[in-house]
Ligand binder design. Sequence first.
Ligand SMILES: Cc1cc2nc3c(=O)[nH]c(=O)nc-3n(C[C@H](O)[C@H](O)[C@H](O)COP(=O)(O)O)c2cc1C
Length: 504
Amino acid sequence: MESKKELRKLISMRKKQVPVEERRRRSVPVMERLMGLPRFRRAQNILFYWAMQDEVSTQDAVISCAAAGKNVFLPVVDGEMLRIRRFSGRAALVPGESYSIPEPVEGSEEVRISDIDLVVVPGVAFDMEGGRMGRGKGFYDRLLGEVRGDGAGPYKVGVCFDFQVVDAVPREPHDMLMDAVVCETRTEIIRNDNRVCSVFGIRYPIVAGGMVWCSGWRLASAVSAAGGLGLLGAGSMKPELLREHIAKCRAATDRPFGVNVPLMSPYATELMETVLAEKVPVVFTSAGNPKTWTARLKDAGVKVAHVVSSSKFAVKCAEAGVDAVVAEGFEAGGHNGREETATMVLVPQVREAISLPLLAAGGIVSGAGMAAAFALGAEGVQVGTRFALCRESSASEEFKRLCLGLKEGDTMLSLKKLSPTRLIKNDFYAQVQEAEDRGASKEELTELLGRGRARLGIFDGDLSAGELEIGQGVSLIEDLPSAADIVRSMMDGYRRAVAGMQVL
Ligand SMILES: Cc1cc2nc3c(=O)[nH]c(=O)nc-3n(C[C@H](O)[C@H](O)[C@H](O)COP(=O)(O)O)c2cc1C
């Protein structure tokens, strides 16, 4: 990590390469990102934390905030006191001209920091973990810090140009940590009010669902490191292997991650014992009764979510005491509900039935899909198919390549007499269909399925004889990005979708 002195030099060098006029132009997207933050939209009283008096783009920002109907306040240093005065009109600042901290203008009012909903904080350098390097001796930082106490208090958004972003800013005890940072090309929310984020201790409410033969430690740790919640798919693991993946996941990231235990696994009990012994912070259970394990897990301090395909089961989850519920619609990859209820129909009914934090799953592969799920009442998403097709997924290259070429209608719900599973139409699928069409018994189907077919198809890449599980959303996917890119583009797409939604 560079020292503060080195960082100051580095940023000053970078800044010199960007003329003032260009900085003004480049501050427009920064402001757009700031104004797009939900916290900004809700805030009424906004304090501009003045650290860049000579920065004309900051002036422009003050003016645009006032024009957006906010009460804008500016700090005024008065001896040892920091007073906050209301910016009461265009007259006080002239766009495009540099200025010093304005004297309170006639008619301005004083407010307490506790009245401030949001503080806009410029600075010299920022990192995307909320670290900020300021100017001076942290006078405002200390003042705000004292008022802030336990970390509550006004929400702090760092605003900067891309050239001010560095890998890591050295931390000092009095430094304020930002709750969000916006720059020209990125919005990074470090603290938000989302219940899914609070329950699991994550930055973005995006969970990479546990997936047999896809979600090992590489995928889970990459998603968690990117701010989502990565789950290890224990459905294709024996306890020993799960222990190994937990250790590797821990070594790869210090962020929270979880394990998905399908309760129909023949090793469910041993897998749970492993999870408890290893003190994994989060468990997502599926394919079984939420009452079986929830109390034991919760007693051990584990956060628990359960996957359901109906509102009836969502109520059972609430009775079992889970922390969150995943409502998974019939578009989803993997095993599916018998009633074939689609995500669009399921999520609002589950929302109605329970008040717990709710994640939607099934058919969500983009930020727009995430926004649709939120419109229906979800507060988070569990995503499978999109993460099955990324660099860190342990699915075979053959499987991934096949998936990239799939179109609408290339997956179907199959094996309905056993456990309904969404499959790619291949030779194995055709065999199952033929057997089902002539009314084959459960026993015959079980024999046809045999053992290890999902591994054969997904992991070993036998595209003809394998059981190829993937969701309907596969037809929307054309690339194999990294897991971090998926998390980032989902969040960006989500924000764009919400901001661009037509208001009637
Ligand atoms: C290849 C694959 C394997 C899956 N395996 C499991 C599993 O072992 N346990 C489970 O609860 N869900 C499993 N799922 C479902 C996912 O966790 C997730 O809920 C689902 O994929 C969400 O829908 P989507 O595929 O449309 O994103 C699997 C999904 C896929 C695509």
